[in-house]
Design a binder for this molecule. Structure first.
Ligand SMILES: Nc1ncnc2c1ncn2[C@@H]1O[C@H](COP(=O)(O)OP(=O)(O)OP(=O)(O)O)[C@@H](O)[C@H]1O
Length: 279
């Protein structure tokens, strides 16, 4: 199923945090969103998973206006892994994952149990099923919440920094498992090498606006990385696979000249979308 943000803007308390957002995630594609701290990634994603209503523009899920859909209809096809989840009650891990089945109540409980067990196993947290969620480590919580999202059997998955808190093996594993599980994916990622390795298309956001998009190795050029992130990037080839990896050091000008919300100036000289995304 296709996800599309068409000319979206988001305002909170009168401040415009993101604007002019055109993002298309084709059915089955894995699309990454990268940008400096405070550039608007979570705000954009929250709008894409229905936690924030756009002040302008439309989010379309398979052609329907996501924000006009009934919550349960949307939750049957779209799941999200938010950056922060507050939990007031200490549910067990098994109960948290079972919440992913709530939008599909007409299925049998036995079917639900199998789906949840598979999701727990695929994310490597089956052994934690009877533990309380609140006492888990950051990485364990992250994988349980991914299990809950997978248990929802979504056609579209929106992930806000899914590798946050994860060790390197789990970072690689989680992105591969999301990719192999087949839904359309829109994910904010901080690690540019992971983003390049796993995404079909990348969007770069700075100061609340998309400033570049396209295939990862077209988008992540040293000039743009210097402008947007304030780093010098050195491309090197993996000695075995030949894949290009980037090594970074800080430019004297320092990080992110463009970290603020949409009302701050976008990076100069020209916030050009370098390679238009397929739509
Ligand atoms: N509820 C809010 N009220 C006011 N400002 C907000 C609110 N939520 C976010 N902002 C501001 O909007 C801007 C974008 O925030 P957002 O969380 O979307 O950035 P981000 O790119 O996800 O950052 P990070 O990489 O640090 O997670 C920031 O300047 C932030 O302080």
């Amino acid at each position: 199923m296709r996800l599309e943000l068409d000319d979206v803007a988001v305002e909170i308390a009168g401040a415009r945090l993101v604007e002019d957002i055109h993002v298309t995630v084709e059915q089955g594609a894995f699309v990454g969103l990268v940008g400096p701290n405070g550039s608007g990634k979570s705000t954009l994603l929250r709008c894409a998973y229905r936690a924030l209503k756009p002040a302008a523009g439309t989010v379309r899920l398979g052609g329907d206006d996501l924000h006009a859909m009934k919550p349960r209809s949307a939750a049957r096809v779209l799941a999200a892994l938010p950056q922060e989840t507050t939990a007031e009650f200490d549910f067990t891990v098994a109960e948290v994952v079972a919440m992913g089945r709530l939008p599909h109540r007409e299925r049998t409980a036995a079917g639900d149990r199998d789906i949840c067990a598979r999701a727990l196993a695929r994310t490597g947290v089956g052994h934690l099923a009877d533990r309380g969620f609140l006492a888990l480590s950051g990485g364990e919580k992250q994988r349980v919440l991914l299990a809950r999202a997978l248990a929802q059997e979504p056609q579209v998955l929106v992930l806000d920094e899914p590798t946050n808190h994860l060790d390197i093996a789990h970072q690689l594993d989680v992105l591969s498992l999301v990719r192999d599980s087949g839904p359309t994916v829109l994910a904010a990622l901080h690690d540019l090498n992971l983003a390049a390795a796993h995404c079909d298309v990348l969007y770069v956001i700075a100061a609340g606006r998309i400033v570049a998009s396209g295939p990862p190795h077209d988008v992540l050029d040293p000039g743009l990385l210097a402008e947007v992130f304030g780093v010098r990037a050195h491309p090197v080839r993996h000695p075995e696979t030949g894949a290009v990896q980037l090594l970074f050091d800080l430019l004297p000008s320092g990080p992110g000249a463009s970290t603020g919300p949409a009302s701050s100036p976008a990076p100069s000289p020209d916030p050009t979308v370098r390679t238009p995304c397929a739509s």
